[in-house]
Design a protein around this ligand. Structure first.
Ligand code: F0G
Length: 468
């Protein structure tokens, strides 16, 4: 690292924000507007300390015939799915008319992210009495999580602006995505992760893609605080979701969902909540489609957290999202083990604007939902399964009608955290007190591997034993 530090760029070598004529940054708190080049290294507003959103002034100025031609855009985006151009093959850059954040799209760093499947969930729909239930599986991205859609956008900005180093604090998936995209772009990457609190699959990816990985004796929130201090002192580009360009990429699954629904939208979108960048980004995506006249309405957007890491749920129930008290986070869904979420204001706004809900689910409910998704052939990581667990609660509370269409956003691939899955099926994941009232359901879902003699009779006897 010491020798490499000489490669850190000097501030005067960094190119100014070139594409400012197309986009600007607007503070979510006080509304201050700045150019992309004026953003602080920690992406906080110097006036009020809040986060920024990317804004495209040209869109609101365009009236009548000057508005984008919705039909032409829809046709163009679909055509690109058959294109052999590398930029068109990205499910993010396919929609580049709605994210003009680069001066030159030739600078885009892509691994063919996006274009993820929207699977019908037949069994869960039947069990819940819902006609139309789908899973948008963002775990089917190149590094196995939704982070790739945001990383292709923000890392491309880093590359275009001449940075040599990029960095993030992470519960694992952001670091895996950042390390991969940095490696593709030939940039160096620094990862700060909470020691012992991320899944091995994710740590192994950061190592494989060549990141400098520091395991810190603190939690995710501590890692992000430390990194914020570091980027203020060194010209290292911050790639956490406080970076508004990340959210520009992460809004594109909203476009894919609308496209899959033939440019109507589902009634409900259910998203896991950790640092709360993703729910904010998807909300921004649907809002832009609505404001540009590409869809006629917005879906309700609900955010689900784990009971032990539920600062937004508390904020929404105690003061309707006016303020947020950080919590010390505990959950086995390590991806969302976050007590002080950076984008909470944006997420609270989108829940309120769309009449969505915010609720939490227990460790046992997460484990059950994850196994149920697995039994439909759609494995996912624990953090993703909060969506199905949350849907069950929303349906039981009468918030979702049988005729409603619902999309669950599955954020990560099942192989990210194989230990969790194996522990569940072995019966070692949950403590007795966590299972109270759910023991029979849990036992019915467990499929532990068994050791048997290497004879046909022994294997066939095992089949009989597992009948039903
Ligand atoms: N699901 C998965 C699989 C995640 O990795 C994360 C966040 C979330 C949900 C929550 O998304 O933070 O936008 O609300 N993972 C981050 C990381 C924090 O470092 O990989 P969010």
């Amino acid at each position: 690292m010491a020798a490499r530090q000489q490669n850190l760029p000097h501030a005067d070598r960094l190119k100014p924000g070139m594409n400012d004529n197309l986009h600007q940054l607007r503070c979510f708190g006080c509304g201050a507007r700045i150019s992309g080049a004026e953003a602080q290294p920690d992406f906080r507003c110097v006036v009020c300390g809040d986060l920024f959103e990317v804004e495209y002034p040209g869109w609101s100025q365009r009236q009548g015939n000057d508005r984008p031609n919705a039909g032409a855009l829809k046709w163009l985006w679909r055509e690109r799915r058959c294109s052999s151009e590398w930029l068109d093959q990205s499910g993010v850059w396919r929609f580049r008319e709605l994210l003009p954040i680069l001066d030159n799209f030739g600078n885009a760093v892509t691994l063919r992210e996006g274009n993820t499947p929207l699977y019908p969930l037949i069994r869960a729909a039947k069990a819940l009495g819902i006609d139309q239930l789908f899973a948008k599986h963002q775990g089917m991205n190149p590094t196995g999580s939704f982070k790739d859609t945001g990383m292709t956008a923000a890392l491309s900005v880093a590359k275009e602006r001449g940075f040599e180093w990029v960095a993030c604090a992470s519960t694992g998936n952001t670091s895996a995505a950042m390390a991969a995209y940095a490696a593709r772009a030939g940039l160096r990457s620094l990862v700060l992760i909470p020691d012992g609190k991320i899944a091995w699959g994710k740590l192994s990816q950061a190592m494989d893609y060549g990141a400098v990985t520091c395991q810190l004796k603190t939690d995710f929130d501590g890692c992000l605080d430390l990194l914020t201090q570091i980027v203020r002192e060194s010209p290292i580009y911050l790639l956490n979701s406080v970076n508004p360009y990340r959210l520009e990429g992460q809004k594109t699954p909203a476009f894919e969902i609308a496209e899959a629904f033939d440019w109507s939208v589902p009634d409900h979108l259910i998203v896991p909540g950790g640092n709360l960048g993703n729910s904010s980004a998807l909300g921004k995506g649907f809002r832009e489609l609505y404001e540009l006249g590409l869809v006629a309405r917005m879906p309700r957007i609900s955010v689900i957290q784990a009971e032990g890491a539920n600062p937004l749920v508390r904020s929404m129930t105690q003061n309707h999202g006016a303020s947020l008290e950080p919590v010390e986070a505990h959950t086995r869904a390590t991806a969302i083990r976050i007590g002080n979420p950076a984008s909470w204001r944006k997420a609270a706004r989108i829940i309120q604007d769309t009449d969505g809900w915010c609720l939490d689910v227990s460790e046992a409910e997460i484990a059950i939902a994850k196994t149920e998704l697995g039994s439909e052939g759609l494995g996912c990581e624990p953090a993703s399964a909060v969506t199905l667990a949350g849907l069950k609660k929303l349906r039981a509370q009468g918030h979702i009608a049988s005729g409603d269409s619902v999309v669950l956003v599955l954020t990560g691939h099942t192989l990210k955290d194989a230990d969790y899955t194996i522990d569940f099926h072995r019966g070692t994941l949950l403590k007795d007190e966590e299972k109270v009232g759910l023991e029979t359901e849990i036992d019915g879902l467990r499929r532990n591997a068994v050791v048997v003699d290497a004879t046909p009779a022994a294997v066939l006897a095992t089949l009989k034993g597992s009948a039903g």
